[in-house]
Design a protein around this ligand. Structure first.
Ligand code: NAP
Length: 292
């Protein structure tokens, strides 16, 4: 039996229709949501992410300013650019694409974004609000994963969710979101990482397994159970000399074999990626509404 494919692209397209209506309503009252994206350096993957975010803004009618900076920019200069964006009334959300060059402190940059424009949800005060259950911007990838589970009919409520990976952008905030005592969450969450022993014993117990480790195709069919819903967050480049660009993108899950075994699975690409982008748009609209 082959699995239900959780199509992030399709779910994101539904959310796009809903957002478009909200944006039109906002425009009717004189507000155009605005997002500034800041890219430092010329990492091709980061540049591609920023481009996709800009394109989605265009499709939705969100004002977008894309600021590209040289990798040798000083931290001081970057802080001053963010300060300008913080004071710019056309801009509701500020996204600084990570990672930043080593000579710049990511924490200093993240902390310089005003809370009401923190659409990536990485500011420590935004985190504090998320942890204490106050209304705030949820980080886009974890929020997108929760949304795709709910909208695909795989609500995490009362399920055992196993998350592989505890990074600050995916695993850790996702665990916090899914253990909340509220609809669409209320799950029992186990988080695995490099210090976890016998990880496969734990992953096999998952009703929902979320792989966010950044290792190509390491989640294989023998470490999942047949009733599992598998969400693959990983985006890994593997060499593929036969292709024009010389590489292909794969997830952390070995899709070909795991999809033959489990109940449901999200693909890479076309799974979590589009959800992350649409949740950024959703946060930008939420930020614009704060100005009304
Ligand atoms: P990260 O910061 O490198 O964190 C990886 C996490 O996985 C760490 O907690 C690490 O454990 C754990 N880990 C690594 N190898 C492991 C193993 N063999 N067994 C168990 N745990 C292991 O990565 P990230 O930023 O969270 O990203 C993870 C993946 O998701 C990457 O492929 C990234 O490109 C992708 N991603 C995709 C999106 C999207 O929108 N589609 C968004 C964000 C990230 P330790 O903490 O012990 O080191």
């Amino acid at each position: 039996m082959s699995a239900q494919i959780i199509n992030g692209k399709e779910i994101a397209a539904q959310i796009k229709i809903e957002l478009k209506q909200e944006i039109e309503k906002l425009k009717g009252s004189g507000i155009t949501p605005g997002l500034a994206t800041v890219l430092v350096g010329d990492d091709p993957a980061s540049a591609a992410y920023v481009r996709m975010k800009g394109k989605m803004c265009e499709k939705l009618g969100i004002h977008n300013e894309s600021i590209k900076l040289s990798s040798d920019i000083s931290e001081e200069k970057l802080l001053s650019i963010i300060n300008d964006l913080a004071n710019d009334l056309k801009i509701n959300g500020i996204l600084v694409q990570l990672p930043l060059p080593e000579h710049i402190s990511e924490q200093n940059i993240i902390k310089s974004i005003p809370l009401h424009k923190d659409v990536d949800g990485f500011h420590p005060h935004t985190w504090g609000k998320m942890m204490t259950g106050e209304d705030t911007f949820l980080p886009c990838t974890p929020a997108g994963i929760q949304e795709m589970l709910i909208r695909s009919g795989n609500n995490p409520e009362k399920k055992h969710v196993v998350i592989a990976g505890r990074s600050k952008i995916v695993g850790l905030p996702l665990a916090n979101i899914l253990i909340k005592k509220e609809p669409g969450a209320n799950a029992t969450v186990t988080v695995c990482h490099t210090g976890t022993q016998n990880m496969s014993q734990i992953t096999k117990q998952a009703d929902i397994l979320i792989a966010a480790i950044g290792r190509p195709e390491v989640i294989t069919a023998d470490v999942v159970n047949e009733n599992a819903v598998v969400i693959d967050v990983g985006v890994n480049r593997v060499e593929a000399p036969e292709t024009e660009r010389g590489y292909r993108l794969v997830g952390d899950v070995h899709f070909e074999t795991v999809s033959q075994k489990v109940k449901a699975i999200s693909p890479v690409p076309g799974g979590v990626g589009p959800m992350t982008i649409i949740m950024l748009m959703k946060n930008t609209v939420k930020a614009a509404k704060l100005t009304t």
